[in-house]
Design a protein around this ligand. Sequence first.
Ligand code: IFM
Length: 451
Amino acid sequence: MKISLPKNSRLQSEAFTFGVATASFQIEGGVDSRQTCIWDTFCATPDKIRDASNGDIACNHLNLWQEDIALITSLGVDAYRFSIAWGRVLNQDGSINQQGVDFYIGILDELKRRNIKAFVTLYHWDLPQHIEDQGGWLNRDTAYLFKDYADKISQAFGDRVYSYATLNEPFCSSYLGYEAGIHAPGLMKKAYGRQSAHHLLLAHGLAMQVLQKNSPNSMNGIVLNFTPCYALTQSAADIQAAKQADDYFNQWYIKPIFDAAYPDLLAALAPEDRPEIHDGDLELISQPIDFLGVNFYTRAVYQADAEQGFVQVDLPGVPKTDIGWEIHPQAFTDLLVSLNQTYDLPPIFITENGAAMDDKCIDGRVDDFDRLSYYQHHLTAVDNAIVQGVNIQGYFAWSLMDNFEWAEGYLKRFGIVYVDYASQTRTIKASGQAYSDLIRSRAHFTNNNNK
Ligand code: IFM
């Protein structure tokens, strides 16, 4: 089975970047050579992780990174998106941990040697625990610590990085971590969700200033995730419920960046739930970015609720991935077109898209045709958005390889490469082969062996 796209698709052009993505805590392991982070603590708390696992070893990428880069190269991708573990590159006192910095410099140099663009994310959820002990993202000072980290690390990396993202999915860090309690640090209060979101966005703004100064030639921006919200019925009440949910879960994170304002829903929050916003914060948050990273997996359907305003409805009988997320590629096109109509956007990169499937590795083969079909339909959805005028310049499959899927532990597999965790063997799945074939089939693609 293949992934095929129209011949004249922008995705077939030389200018379009195809990549694979990972994140530090999910693949690295090497817990002893970095500071303890909030996910170590969360994993050590009973009943937080479905299989009671942790990130101590994960995919052992800390030791296997050279093989992993060879694997990435063998796929023929143009780019690799990965994140830096804050607590691996800085010590608790804020000084540089040279061993940690050298680990990433090794990766960056190897990527450069192989002509693969490095897309670096500075924060993919692994906050050093000592910072959480001082309030974490509820403490405004954390935004300034993040700025300092961004400053030091971007100086240390020099010109090796093609693109920096400040944050990955601040929705997850704030809402899932501080409001719903299902991610680290596991706090549960509406006010905490809103306040941590504001401090994360402030951290983004502060770090952007530093990145534009220290690394003016890289594309610097932020990665946001979106779960578009649909009304269950066309009743005015359901439409309003979906709009409220969209403002709360999606627009909350993008509107401050492009419009220097939170959605009107802010005024409807109880006074005790409203975040503390200082004069000048929204100006800092809304400074220009070179690209917007968009992560998309699924959509959500809402109906009106007398008490809470909106509630999510679990639609019966719709196709779902192994993690229970509806497969709805049209929502991807709709999202991209709608963002483009609503905001004055810089170029977009799809920084994550992919599916968890119940893979089986049999005789060294993983025939994940369900995932392959997901990619076929979602790449077509991206192409459709481009045809409708959205400036999308790249696409990253989530994920390069199976890894630690947060509260699901190792039970959910998102990789286009299968990982046998006992032996740490990697096996390219049928979807990975199809993705690689698609990339190599582009007319301009000459010879990847020289990478
Ligand atoms: O695995 C995560 C990733 O870390 C962030 N975006 C969503 C993925 C799938 O849940």
